[in-house]
Write a protein that binds this ligand. Structure first.
Ligand code: ASP
Length: 280
């Protein structure tokens, strides 16, 4: 069993040392809770559980504490993918729910598995999700001061369970100040992808991640026999060629845990059953 989570990027220039320590501690806590959960649950159940914990933490830009868009509203996106059935489900630009990842998970066994905007929000309420405003005062202050920040932190998780199955989940509040209707990579196959060989969750600039099809390419390369290191190296070289900005976490079916970023400050933590590795 293996697990890795991320919480987006950390910016030394715009965030304090206290915030960095708080994020390290939060990730340490969530990785430990999620690994315990993985001991008795599938990879698919665990990635939803881990992302829910991350969405509930105001330190990260997903669920509670999401960024505010240019019209003053919060719209969130999340997706989940099972490497066994190769099924992907997600919500794009959902409003006023506490845990978008749980709505994405609920869609997993339906026919229309990716819902956007009003349709996603209506689906949530029709399926007993409560109205919940994810805004916190700090985000409103930043919005009013026009302080959009890419370092706030989309969240994600990849897990490999005791049956050798892999799953990936990703959730975001977006990039902040975006035009309403803008679509993040987080609920696309470019930002979140898994099969029996590998699972990947991304963070960074959604437009770059989609252009470089980051998660899909890494997973495809591993499937075709490249090592996880080589698959990341080649995909990130292609991202660099378009001046793209991203970070990604992954686990392959041999149990290799891997992460890479085009800017060296992705916030992540992993646990291989013996050692916890937390970003420094
Ligand atoms: N990828 C997210 C987006 O573009 C933002 C992030 O990862 O920070 O919506």
């Amino acid at each position: 069993m293996k697990i890795i989570i991320h919480g987006g990027f950390f910016s030394e220039s715009s965030q304090s040392m206290e915030t960095k320590i708080a994020k390290q501690n939060a990730l340490r806590h969530i990785i430990s809770l999620s690994y315990d959960y993985l001991m008795t649950h599938s990879a698919l159940e665990t990635v939803a559980f881990a992302v829910e914990q991350l969405e509930n933490d105001i330190l990260f830009n997903a669920g509670i504490g999401s960024q505010i868009q240019s019209d003053g509203k919060i719209r969130m996106s999340a997706s989940i993918m099972d490497g066994v059935s190769i099924k992907f489900s997600g919500v794009i630009n959902i409003e006023n729910v506490k845990n978008p990842i749980r709505v994405a998970e609920k869609l997993f066994n339906t026919e229309d598995r990716v819902l956007g905007g009003e349709g996603a929000t209506k689906f949530a309420y029709a399926n007993n999700f409560d109205f919940f405003n994810p805004e916190i005062p700090q985000r409103r202050k930043e919005y009013e001061a026009k302080l959009g920040s890419r370092s706030l932190g989309t969240v994600g998780c990849v897990a490999l369970d005791s049956n050798g199955n892999i799953a990936a989940a990703t959730s975001t509040g977006g990039k902040g100040f975006e035009v309403p209707g803008r679509i993040s990579d987080s609920a696309t196959a470019a930002g979140n992808y898994a099969n029996q060989f590998c699972g990947v969750s991304c963070t960074g600039i959604g437009e770059d991640i989609v252009s470089a099809a980051v998660a899909t390419k890494i997973v495809t390369r591993v499937t075709d026999g490249f090592s996880i290191e080589k698959s990341f190296e080649k995909t990130f070289a292609e991202l660099k060629a378009i001046d793209g900005f991203a970070g990604a976490i992954a686990i392959d079916n041999k149990g290799t845990i891997f992460h890479l970023d085009s800017h060296p400050s992705m916030v992540y933590a992993s646990f291989d059953g013996t050692t916890v590795d937390v970003f420094q």
